[in-house]
Design a protein around this ligand. Sequence first.
Ligand SMILES: Cc1cc2nc3c(=O)[nH]c(=O)nc-3n(C[C@H](O)[C@H](O)[C@H](O)COP(=O)(O)OP(=O)(O)OC[C@H]3O[C@@H](n4cnc5c(N)ncnc54)[C@H](O)[C@@H]3O)c2cc1C
Length: 389
Amino acid sequence: MYDWLIVGAGFAGSVLAERLATQHDARVLVIDRRPHIAGNAYDCPNEAGVLIHQYGPHIFHTNSESVFDYLSAFTEWRPYEHRVLGVVDGREVPIPINRTTLNELYGLSLATEEEAAAFLATRAEPVARIRTSEDVVVSVVGRELYEKFFRGYTRKQWGVDPSELDKSVTARVPTRTNTDDRYFTDKFQAMPLHGYTKMFERMLDHPNIVVRTGVDFVDIRDQVDFRQLIFTGPIDEYYDYRFGRLPYRSLRFEHVTLDKEWHQGVATVNYPQTEVYTRITEYKHLTGQSHPKTSLTYEYPSAEGDPYYPIPRDENQEMFRKYQMLAKDDPDVHFVGRLATYRYYNMDQVVGQALATFKRIDEMTRMRPAMLRSFGTTAHAVEDRLTAQ
Ligand SMILES: Cc1cc2nc3c(=O)[nH]c(=O)nc-3n(C[C@H](O)[C@H](O)[C@H](O)COP(=O)(O)OP(=O)(O)OC[C@H]3O[C@@H](n4cnc5c(N)ncnc54)[C@H](O)[C@@H]3O)c2cc1C
């Protein structure tokens, strides 16, 4: 008998397995239907020996000291600040748009933040009510830069025009008037020194944790004895798609190895205009590996395939809310992670969510014996009372 069955060995499942095993001395079975641990963050040496990310580039960045400290118990870090170039009208320019981008694209010599802001102000088009992704961008940088940088990229990525997408999709993309060319500005920016998979191996290395990969929950749910369940897979799948399938956008990854040391100047080059792929990533920039060959991944957005990006539309959130209501009636099942909560989360956010879930479980476990005594009732009724609070 296991105390916990954890479905999914990505960040959500592995953090919870580690916490429950080390802090509660619980017996934990972790399963994943993929043939490996680490979920989407899985990395491995390819046939040439170059360390690649199987599911596209994963760059770690966070403002949360507690998340960074927690993960630091399982890895050393390689300082790394991500930089992205975009090929626009045949030139490579910094992304997000900054003062250098404007100067290079328009042959200008804007020298101060004020000058860059004044230039953007002459281009920006006022939008009375910002509803869509197009509105967000046009209102800040104007239609021409929107067309060059955002429209084509978003159409490729999402399969629809930005004018039909919720404002949240491009709201996160900053525009800078200084020359900071870092993609992220978080306090902590680093890559696990020996890769993500090695970090997960250390997280899951505990005598109380059993890991089985290549195992799907549906095939074992009635064969394994467990007290409580943590489910980090798709919530609609757990409930047999009762209200329909939650829509996702997917990606096809084309991994390529070249017989030369370097291919491009930075880790990621975006192609916001005519190419079918959205970006090319060269891993050695991320990992710091020295190797005479180099490996790249081309990303091709697609409607079919693994679920990667929840599609932000009101009707999809409505469907998710129906599944959430079902989950409320299942107090012994904890839904954690990006697929179970139908949200695009970065890795640090999922670690934070998993640590917060552990805290709730921990509090409940501490309260349960006392409440059982005081109410003289069943564990389920106690959970109901606690969940309702
Ligand atoms: C292309 C891409 C690039 C990204 N880049 C970044 C980045 O640069 N920085 C960043 O912070 N974040 C990035 N992310 C987000 C990051 O991948 C997620 O935050 C992280 O993977 C979430 O972890 P998770 O445990 O919730 O989900 P996952 O990593 O997806 O793990 C869930 C696991 O559950 C398993 N599973 C599902 N259903 C079942 C079942 N029925 N039975 C058994 N197993 C099951 C799956 O196989 C999967 O391995 C990126 C995401 C994508 C798609």
